[in-house]
Write a protein that binds this ligand. Structure first.
Ligand code: AMP
Length: 431
């Protein structure tokens, strides 16, 4: 038998590798990002949607593609008690497309449909700084319009969010994968080129050479990167229409004064992208510099039995943004009152006062711990209370309270009758 059962418990209660608890300043950062993103999305005409965290495995398998890293290596898939093959969502787009189809959200030509979602995603990846097994994404899908204008409006939406979060220096990396014809022509030329270097390619890339050659451009293996430096570029294989589409995207980015870099290697990891692909980066010398990314997807809804309707969307990584956020940008914590008894004799009085204050929508904390008044005031200050209301024997006898505003030397130990307290707090202290 284990001599110290607590040891076992301690091991068991550690979080799962690559997953972490979100609290304190980090939670406030997360909340801030969600609040800003929701406000900006609302300005751009988006509505919120929440889909379940688990879906049938086929939802992801079919839309992301068997060859994607996410499907081939990173999915948390289980057989549930009913024998159904289910997966914790590794990204949000597939679930949203499934929801559009399940709920017939696009009947009656209800387009364009603009949806925002946020929440945890799960990928069984190698954990490192900025890369977790549970992380949070904020995503946007704009369905039912195929136009370079729509692509750029989506990029502008993301840039507006970054601006309002206080992040400067975000650069849009952009590429096109063209339509099916351009892509086929390009894939052929790329395979011809890469065939010459087959022996030097990494094992994964060798395998992709047969199944999904464009993904080799995305490889992080140094030899693959070297080989790809002189590979043909998709820009030289675009049909005139696809070229015009991409040129227009770039012109519109300039028109909106958005900084961009064309990156011919930006193929993104998932199968569903066509035409414009983009990523938002702040250069920091590591591979974890992408704050988000997305692109156009044509035909994705059709996979779920919906119409053949085109869409464009992107997802931002909350943790990556949180890493760059300075705490100072967070909205200040709200003002709140501490009600403090001088001794146990006044416990009931402060308790009653607390009920009245809360009823009047004044944020209030009851401070009972601490062995004496000085300690209780310290605790209230540490908890971020802006105002102290103290009741002792004298105050109690005269139906008074003593009010102090911590950062205001003019408001120290002001004696107020209980009847006047609420109006004083509202009129003089802006509660
Ligand atoms: P993706 O769906 O892979 O295009 O990811 C979109 C964004 O989500 C990325 O640019 C990252 O900011 C973030 N992200 C993706 N995977 C992870 C991860 N494992 N941990 C933390 N953030 C991630």
């Amino acid at each position: 038998m284990d001599e110290n059962p607590n040891n076992e418990l301690r091991e068991k209660v550690a979080p799962i590798r690559g997953m972490k608890d979100l609290y304190g300043v980090d939670f406030r950062k997360y909340q801030f990002i969600i609040d800003v993103a929701t406000r900006i999305a609302n300005k751009f005409g988006y509505q919120l949607i929440e889909t379940p965290i688990v879906e049938q495995t086929a939802v992801f398998q079919r839309s992301l593609g068997d060859e994607s890293d996410v499907v081939s290596k990173e999915m948390y898939s289980f057989v549930d008690k009913g024998g159904e093959d289910i997966t914790l969502r590794p990204e949000g787009t597939a679930g949203v497309m499934r929801a559009i189809s399940s709920n017939k959200l696009l009947v009656n030509n209800n387009n364009p449909l603009k949806l925002m979602y946020y929440g945890p995603m799960f990928r069984y990846d190698r954990p490192q700084k900025g890369r977790y097994r549970q992380f949070h994404q904020i995503g946007f899908e704009h369905i039912g319009e195929k136009s370079p204008y729509t692509d750029v409006v989506n990029i502008a939406l993301a840039m507006d969010i970054f601006k309002n979060i206080g992040l400067c220096g975000v650069v849009v990396h952009i590429n096109t994968l063209g339509g099916a014809v351009s892509r086929e022509k390009y894939a052929k030329a790329l395979v011809e080129y890469l065939n010459k270097y087959e022996q030097q390619l990494s094992a994964v890339s060798k395998c992709r050479l047969k199944k999904n050659p464009l993904r080799i451009l995305d490889s992080k293996e140094p030899t693959d990167i070297d080989i790809c430096t002189n590979a043909p570029k998709i820009q030289d294989f675009l049909t005139p229409d696809d070229k015009k589409y991409f040129d227009t995207v770039l012109e519109l980015l300039k028109l909106w004064s958005i900084d961009y870099e064309v990156d011919p290697k930006l193929v993104r990891g998932l199968d569903y992208y066509t035409h414009t692909t983009f990523e938002f980066k702040i250069p920091n010398g590591s591979y974890q510099d992408a704050l988000g990314g997305g692109g156009r997807y044509d035909g994705l809804l059709k996979l779920f039995g919906g119409n053949d309707i085109s869409g464009v969307g992107f997802a931002l990584g909350a943790e990556r943004i949180m890493m760059l956020l300075n705490e100072k940008i967070l909205p200040p914590l709200g003002r709140k009152v501490a009600v403090i008894p001088v001794s146990e004799n006044e416990f009931a009085d402060v308790f009653e006062l607390m009920a009245t204050l809360l009823d009047e929508q004044v944020p209030t904390e009851l401070i009972l711990t601490g062995s004496n008044l000085k300690k209780r005031v310290e605790i209230a200050t540490k908890r971020g209370c802006s105002h102290l209301i103290v009741i002792g024997d004298d105050e109690k006898k005269q139906c008074n309270v003593a009010l102090t505003e911590i950062d205001n030397p003019k408001l120290r130990n002001i004696l107020l009758s209980k009847n006047k307290l609420i109006s004083f707090l509202k009129e003089e202290c802006n509660f």
